[in-house]
Design a protein around this ligand. Sequence first.
Ligand code: AMP
Ligand code: ZN
Ligand code: FE
Ligand code: FE
Length: 289
Amino acid sequence: MRIDLHAHSDASDGSDPPAEVVKNAYAAGLDVVALTDHDTVDGYLEAVAAVAQLPTPAAGRRFGLVRGIELSCIAGHVSLHLLGYLFDPTYPALVAELKLLRTDRVRRAMAMVDKLIELGAPVRWDQVVRIAGAGAVGRPHVAQALVEAGVVPDIPSAFVPEWIANNGRAYVEKYSLSPERGIELVKAAGGVSVFAHPAASARGGIVDESAIERFAAAGLDGIEVDHPDHDEATRTRLRELAESLGLLVTGSSDYHGTVKSTPIGAESTDKAAFDALVLRATGNSVVWR
Ligand code: AMP
Ligand code: ZN
Ligand code: FE
Ligand code: FE
């Protein structure tokens, strides 16, 4: 089975509408896809509707959609991402935190635009609003504004110290949860949690293994070992760490449509790990076609 547990839509900073993420996952031959937008579940219902409209699968084939999220967390000044799956989206404490996270993303993006203008980059807030649309606003949207302004040639070129890389000149921190709080919230909402790309330095920072031990003790279910940003040596090390801490191992593409070059389904999670996650979750079910 091909199981991709990490994909973004335009409900956050991916380029595909949620229905297109589902269609693309199905067309790529995937058996399961999880929609994991940053700090929002707004795309989920559109994705569910798209599953219902997929062609009837061939005999013996099923296609599953997993409700997910990628929560912004911070440990010290290291920004981390926590994937949550199959939680109850109406759990009040989770709803309240998502509202804070979403609201502060707007404040922070406005502050980054102000800094960029001070640095002489001719970007405008209304441009970022147009690019983000109804989605949770994030740095890739600000990066696109920098592309449109002719400041950088493409989105990755904006993620440099001169512009909006972590702690770059125009970088502004956003409200984020402690990883332990994120893990606890997802669990309390009946879901399961997986530490996203734990060793992808470009996406935040790296915490040491003792931090991952603490997250495991706080109830973390798994770590995303197979991620496009992890080299072979990193994957081997993380697999051993997962084994020693009793954590499940996942693999996922972190698909962002045209915002990044990784195709959907580029990495995959073993069926056994997927089944274990589903079995542990009580907050929500996989939607099957
Ligand atoms: P934010 O959550 O607003 O801080 O934005 C983080 C998002 O920016 C990540 O989830 C990636 O989608 C994207 N991103 C982070 N680092 C890079 C990078 N070096 N190149 C391209 N995109 C990046
Ligand atoms: Zn993203
Ligand atoms: Fe991430
Ligand atoms: Fe992601």
